[in-house]
Design a protein around this ligand. Structure first.
Ligand SMILES: [Zn+2]
Length: 95
């Protein structure tokens, strides 16, 4: 087969083009869409799994999913701290 990026002939099983370094098998599928970041944000566990599965074959999409998952995790932690603090403060006023 031929590299989609540089057009040189490469091995059928090549994952990365030895001539230009572009990922081969998923070059078209690796859109790096912002949608993966959104998915990772709302479903951090799914984003983390996608990141681990895609990091070698779809680096752009994996990066987006990973960042989304990371932000999702942080926001979840911050919200739960704020929420538990608010509950504690509310309980204190009731005593
Ligand atoms: Zn190439």
């Amino acid at each position: 087969m031929f590299c989609k990026n540089c057009g040189k002939q490469i091995d059928e099983n090549a994952v990365v083009c030895p001539h230009c370094g572009v990922a081969i098998s998923s070059a078209l599928a690796d859109s790096g869409s912002f949608g993966w970041a959104v998915l990772g944000f709302f479903l951090p566990l799914v984003g983390l799994i996608l990141y681990l599965v895609w990091r070698n074959t779809k680096p752009q999409s994996a990066k987006k999913a990973g960042i989304g998952a990371l932000v999702g995790f942080v926001v979840n932690i911050v919200l739960s701290i704020v929420f538990s603090s608010a509950i504690t403060a509310f309980m204190a006023t009731q005593l």
